[in-house]
Design a protein around this ligand. Structure first.
Ligand code: SF4
Length: 587
């Protein structure tokens, strides 16, 4: 049974999918788009509308909201889709971004935002072909051992190549690992905070979207002019060159030199094996190509080729594996792995499982230190003896975490915060706000940014960038707090456009205003800035509804034991900075 309020979807409509009744309807929410433009602004307001007090992250009533922005599919690098949900990993606001073709396909199908509610009784995948929404039985792909294979199967059975996006979960999402990811097309992901777990709880194996509509600009000449200007800024000014050249993995040597690269469960911040897992080495020995999200001229996705034997009779398989800074940190320096091929194999195992690699790396690093300190034994690890750099043990452990055959691995499947409450070792469980940290230990800005961020992600406010500035010239703690606040608001505006943050310096306020104008949307710089502040307030309202309290934040001792880029941190100093942030923010 389907219910349609509008037979032909047009732009600025929201598609609601109910998995329980396998039905859908469309609403015109121009009111939200006019005020919040799109992306995270619209998604946050829809979440506030839809959230039923007391609903848990995996309850059927808890929605998943996927949202694009006014520039999606229209302007270069506006390639991202934001997913909003309640995180099963830390219970807080789940907010995740992915590129690939999803934003383009959503936009060309006419659905700027999709709200998914309910839960199916049996595995399903949803195929959206323009104005048709079809619920298909996914039992035959539910138990596939690789999220990559799920994509291959759906590519064969569903038409629409070129304008089609396929997002799906792997075994980790089916098994309820709280940091399961959603694989998006090829090499892109909704990585952090467990969107894949929410898919799994809804028995939603995949979502496929094909869009064939055109997007028309009211003033084609103005559009062409602005497009050319933005395109040229991206490709000719050097602003984004780093991302194409070595990609973010360039940061391995940089952070290592600055003593900001978390190593061996953040027992150190420089790694003696940094050279052999550097972006430079991967490029020289393994890089075979770069790929791009649809509509991006940068091409930051670096793909390595790994040839490995699978029988003694000299038979080999060739794997194509994408890598970047965070992945190399999480499964390289943080696990003491200096062998680049081992890093690639570990990445591949996580990619197939469909799991957040940063969290998995954090979990394995904590387990290694636990065993080395004698807090757990081979009884808990089922015979595994973890030691830094041991690829074979880590590959086996990834599988065990996903399968959860005993209490210990089941606890690891819920993250270091949960596992350390049960087994001890909270003082070196390297998480903030319940989320295993990304690859930075640069100082106050980073730690404050991760602690106060909406979802405890470095992408909320780039606190590490404030530390970089402080490294070059002295910066008071107050200035660091102000830099974080300013960046949070700016990023909220960019996230309404759902622009790739690698192009954040291209999409300045004047450029956003010009791009919007060419599409018939008039905004001033002050209006955009107020939009950023408004989204902050709304997101904090949501966070508080989900149970967030500043008073309950904990900061493991490890952060204060290990020297950062800008020196050793003191807990009191971080606490004072948090209070200053709260005062300035009024939260
Ligand atoms: S820079 Fe990379 S992540 Fe960003 S849009 Fe381009 S290819 Fe995608």
């Amino acid at each position: 049974m389907t219910t349609e309020q509008y037979a032909i979807p047009g732009l600025k409509n929201v598609l609601y999918i109910d998995l329980t009744s396998r039905s859908y309807y469309i609403k015109d929410r121009r009111d939200l788009y006019e005020k919040y433009l799109g992306g995270v602004g619209v998604a946050t307001n829809l979440m506030l509308e839809e959230y039923i007090e007391g609903t848990g992250p995996l309850d059927p009533e808890m929605p998943i909201i996927l949202s694009t922005g006014p520039l999606s599919g229209v302007y270069p690098t506006c390639t991202k889709t934001v997913a909003l949900f309640r995180s099963p990993h830390n219970g807080e606001l789940g907010e995740s971004y992915a590129g690939g073709r999803l934003a383009m396909s959503m936009r060309y199908s006419g659905y700027e935002t999709i709200v998914i509610k309910g839960a199916s009784q049996y595995p399903v995948y949803v195929a959206i072909h323009d104005d048709k929404v079809i619920f298909r039985d996914a039992s035959s792909i539910w138990h596939l051992s690789s999220a990559i294979d799920v994509g291959k199967v759906l590519r064969d059975v569903e038409p629409g190549a070129g304008r089609r996006s396929i997002i799906r979960i792997g075994p980790a999402g089916e098994k309820g690992i709280t940091y399961a990811s959603v694989n998006v097309d090829t090499y892109r992901h909704f990585g952090r905070l467990g969107l894949g777990t929410v898919f799994g709880a809804k028995k939603l194996k995949a979502l496929l979207i094909v869009g064939n509509q055109e997007i028309k600009s009211p003033d084609h000449n103005a559009y062409r002019k602005t497009y050319s200007k933005l395109y040229d800024t991206i490709v000719k000014t050097g602003l984004t060159e780093k991302y194409h050249n070595l990609g973010t993995s360039e940061n391995i040597l940089v952070l290592n030199e600055l003593k900001g690269l978390p190593t061996r469960n953040l027992q150190g911040t420089s790694f003696e094996g940094a050279e052999t897992i550097s972006g430079e080495l991967f490029a020289e020995k393994y890089l075979i190509r770069r790929v791009s999200c649809a509509g991006c001229p940068i091409g930051c996705v670096h793909v390595a080729m790994l040839r490995r034997p699978f029988s003694k009779a000299h038979e080999y398989e060739t794997l194509n594996i994408s890598y970047d800074y965070e992945l190399i940190y999480a499964l390289g320096s943080n696990l003491g792995v200096a062998d680049p091929e081992a890093v690639l194999e570990l990445i591949d195992a996580c990619e197939k499982a469909g799991v957040d690699i940063i969290s998995m790396g954090g979990v394995l690093a904590w387990a290694t230190e636990m065993q080395q300190r004698g807090k757990i034994s081979t009884v808990e690890t089922m015979g595994l003896q973890f030691s830094w750099g041991d690829k074979a043990a880590y590959l086996r452990a990834i599988d065990l975490v996903v399968q959860g055959p005993n209490d210990f691995y089941a606890a690891l499947g819920k993250g270091v915060g949960y596992a350390s409450k049960k087994y001890g070792g909270e003082e070196f469980a390297v998480q903030l706000g319940g989320l295993e940290i990304p690859g930075y230990h640069t100082g106050l800005g980073n730690m404050l940014g991760l602690t106060v961020g909406f979802r405890h992600s470095h992408l909320d406010n780039a606190g590490y960038a404030a530390d970089q500035a402080a490294f070059n010239r002295p910066l008071s703690d107050e200035k660091i707090v102000e830099a974080i606040i300013e960046e949070e608001d700016r990023r909220s505006v960019l996230n309404c456009m759902v622009a790739c943050l690698f192009a954040r310096n291209v999409y300045t306020y004047p450029n956003i205003i010009e791009a919007l104008k060419s599409l018939g949307i008039e905004k001033t710089e002050e209006e955009l800035k107020e939009l950023g502040r408004d989204i902050f307030r709304k997101k904090y309202e949501l966070k508080k509804k989900f149970g967030f309290k500043f008073e309950e934040l904990t900061m493991p001792k490890r952060f204060f034991e290990t020297t950062s880029t800008t020196g050793k941190l003191e807990e009191d100093r971080v606490k004072r900075a948090i209070e200053l942030y709260r005062k300035k923010r009024g939260v």
